[in-house]
Design a protein around this ligand. Structure first.
Ligand code: ARG
Length: 466
């Protein structure tokens, strides 16, 4: 039986009927739908609508459905319009007409809003754990890199040497912001729409505080029109995920570059690469390429969601059914992707000697050279110009700054002295970046310790939510 057929004289066009169903998508919400239905049933009993034995029978029926759902074929139903209809059908076929009492005083509009919030909350909690794993592997690799050095790039041109650990910690920082955004999003998602009815609030005296508490929500939503028409929580989550996937995409792009023989900084792990059917020598960075492409997809989800909502009058409109897919797609894309990027990061080999060699040429000590002059009272702009001239001379001669003679240097500025050469070595160049957030080894050591604390705090929150 349909949930709404009473006032209709004609049958639905069969093609339209199939096309407007959401069950193929929202059947993944079954667990949340059952949980929310249990809470609603208990509230109905407290409000005097269900007898104790009716409640017991409904709860039994809902448990039966949960059990049967373990078999995937159970969810094949060509008639169910959506997950709400499916549960009603199953409940009635299990316990008889008492099953129809469950829908007293509630609307699918509040149910879908509730299920999607439960889904968003569960996704956030799983994602936080996976991001913590990802951050942890980055920090472990940073620690293992010790004082290994590599070039840092600006404009993709060699700029200055940095510790490999410093570079890896940059990604930890991005991911840390992602976790903050998700935690923030969770706060607003974790409110309970049940009791909002179709648009104006339930018509029965339901204890909304109790329902919210039953489902682990912080409290009920405030306004029934807002609650049934709102998808901000989904928009926020998917936008947070689009930024998370953007970070992973930048990481993937950098790894692809570094794996080319032109850079040669990393060896692609075979377990995460594939070959070419034509070119026998090939080892391709498939995981990284797909990571880059998944970002496009998630950004698309965020865009589709927000554009879908922007023109809607209050409150529920069927357009909102279309917010399901981008929410599911973005969440599930990242839930699948994060363990893979962590696995990749665990497996990759860094070629430290090559990284170090690359960090030692290309005048990456030029800023340090100018700083030497600044410390001797030379105005920076002039020091910059003079070191620039020294670089020019090196380019003509085909050498590095430290290979110029003291006489050549003194021609540019008499302030150059013998101690200048010790300031151009790799360790000296790293050491002068001794500020919070800089690449001096002591600073990086401190940054590693702080990153570990951040991850531990994240695990603590995850534990509290579990
Ligand atoms: N399947 C619907 C959705 O996802 C549930 C709400 C339907 N409400 C309605 N009045 N037709 O949005």
């Amino acid at each position: 039986m349909k949930m709404w057929s009473g006032r209709f004289r004609q049958r639905l066009d069969p093609e339209f009927e199939r096309w407007q169903r959401s069950f193929p998508l929202d059947r993944r919400l079954l667990g949340h739908e059952l949980e929310a239905s249990r809470a609603h049933a208990r509230a109905l009993q407290r409000a005097g609508i269900l007898l104790a034995e009716e409640l017991a029978s409904i709860l039994f029926g809902l448990d039966q459905i949960a059990e049967r759902a373990a078999a995937p074929s159970f969810l094949e139903d060509d008639e169910a319009e959506d997950v709400h209809h499916f549960v009603e059908k199953q409940l009635v076929s299990t316990i008889g007409d008492t099953g129809y009492k469950l829908h007293s005083g509630r609307s699918r509009n509040e149910q879908i809003a509730t299920d999607l919030r439960l889904y968003a909350r569960a996704s956030i909690d799983q994602l936080q754990e996976l991001i913590a794993d990802w951050m942890e592997i980055l920090v472990t690799r940073a620690e293992r890199a010790g004082n290994a050095v590599m070039p840092a790039y600006t404009h993709l041109q060699r700029a200055e040497p940095v510790l490999v650990a410093h570079w890896l910690l940059a990604y930890v920082e991005m991911s840390g912001r992602d976790t903050e955004r998700l935690a923030d999003c969770r706060k607003r998602a974790n409110l309970c729409p049940l009791g909002s009815g179709a648009v104006a609030g339930a018509t029965l005296a339901l204890d909304r505080e109790a329902i919210a508490h039953d489902l682990g929500f912080d409290r009920p939503t405030v306004n029934s029109m807002d609650a049934t028409g709102d998808r901000d929580f989904a928009i926020e989550l998917v936008n947070a995920l689009s930024l998370l996937s953007t970070h992973l995409s930048r990481w993937a792009e950098e790894m692809i570059l570094f794996s080319t023989p032109e850079f040669g900084f990393i060896q692609l792990p075979e377990a995460y690469s594939t070959g070419s059917s034509a070119l026998p020598q090939k080892k391709n960075p498939d995981l990284l390429e797909l990571t880059r492409a998944k970002a496009a997809r998630v950004i698309g989800d965020a865009t589709a969601l927000q554009i879908g909502v922007k023109g809607l009058p209050l409150a529920y409109n069927k357009d909102l059914q279309e917010t399901q897919e981008p929410l599911f797609d973005a969440s599930e894309t990242l839930l699948a992707l994060l363990p893979l990027v962590s696995g990749w990061m665990k497996a990759v080999d860094f070629d430290y000697p090559r990284m170090q060699a690359a960090a030692q040429s290309g005048f990456m000590n030029a800023w340090a050279a100018a700083t030497y002059l600044v410390e001797r009272g030379v105005p920076f702009r002039l020091a910059h110009e003079q070191v620039g001239k020294a670089v020019q001379r090196c380019l003509d001669k085909g050498c590095e700054l430290e290979e110029l003679s003291l006489n050549e240097l003194k021609e540019l500025n008499p302030a150059f002295d013998q101690d200048f050469y010790s300031r151009l070595t790799l360790p000296a160049v790293l050491a002068i970046h001794d500020v919070v957030g800089g690449t001096a080894p002591a600073q990086v050591k401190q940054a590693i310790a702080e990153a570990k604390q951040k991850i531990a705090a994240l695990r603590g929150v995850a534990h509290a939510h579990a």
